[in-house]
Design a protein around this ligand. Sequence first.
Ligand code: NAD
Ligand code: IPM
Ligand code: MN
Length: 354
Amino acid sequence: MKAYKIAVIAGDGIGPEVISEGRKVLEGISALDGTFRPEFEEFPWGCEYYLKTGRMMEEGGLEKLKAFDAIYLGAVGYPGVPDHISLSGLLLEIRRGFDEYINLRPVKLLKGAPCPLKDVAQEDIDMIVVRENSEGEYANVGARLYPGTPQEMALQTGVFSRKGCERVIRYAYELAKREKKTLTSISKGNALGYSMVFWDEIFREVGKEYPEVETSSLMVDAASMFFVKDPGRFQVVVTSNLFGDILTDLGAAIAGGMGLAAGANLNPERTFPSMFEPIHGSAPDIAGKGLANPLAAIWSASQMLDFLGHEDWGRRLIEAIETLLVEKKTLTPDLGGTAKTGEISDAILEILRR
Ligand code: NAD
Ligand code: IPM
Ligand code: MN
């Protein structure tokens, strides 16, 4: 029996509600499989912790997390703590500190999931977005100058290093090659003449090593339009940190909503633990009411299973989500159902046991 040490940071708002469901699914799968077992350890970090201690995570928190095989995170951020403080002190701290430079976000319309687009076939929405996750527009470099004066200004600098761009672009090429898919780079070289021109150059340079991968390069404005008008043109997508953030909420919207969008923050070298999370936030508008859809958190548990080497269970879990969506018996209100958050894990496990 192989044990995996999983650090749980359920966080704020609907975070604890959806993570609890994901945990039950992982435990249920482990019982079915019998060869591996998740050992969860909870860390009570988040906005409430901040209000009590003045910190989003305890001192030396990253050091503690290092010992884990994976991190399972719910959501961070809540009214009462400024977002730039809460996110910078926890979620972004982990992504940067653990060099989780790949953010893998599937945008796949499962059978039975609602889609607001007309004239689009279910199979046409099936892409994987590879988002740069360690630098770029999120590098946290800048300044506030002359506060309180008419000259007041804010500077926010993007950081695009050769190493940083190359490694995420290479990861995307490798993925496209392995899966025999096309690769689209999304950038904005026409306006951002330093950073994005550099990105585009590196995309072409690395591409010379992958003649078998069919590529295209789009501006982010046009790409957003095509996400809606012609999503079928995208298979593997590689893009910068901020563009990837925005495009994957758009991706969520066309592929069943925020309740179905998952993401994996990967440190591919496995020097540090990788982190798995739904891409949605703490949804204060519905928190504490049992209304949150935990399927995004459950999908991210499937990404965790893949990463830990249990791809067969990862795939079966996605299929179980699909069956749940097709049968429409146990769905949360965002998907048109009346089920509570806490009923979803049992329904998924019942499908897996069939
Ligand atoms: P959000 O994703 O929390 O919510 C956007 C909308 O989607 C809301 O109407 C919400 O009710 C709905 N929604 C989100 N997840 C849902 C789910 N699982 N089921 C059903 N409906 C769902 O985004 P926001 O409102 O911009 O942000 C709220 C807070 O979360 C902010 O503090 C923000 O900074 C933070 N945030 C955190 C993360 C993260 O931890 N990864 C991600 C995004 C936002
Ligand atoms: C996400 C979130 C975060 C991001 C925020 C909360 C900092 O929106 O994971 O998509 O922008 O990366
Ligand atoms: Mn986001």
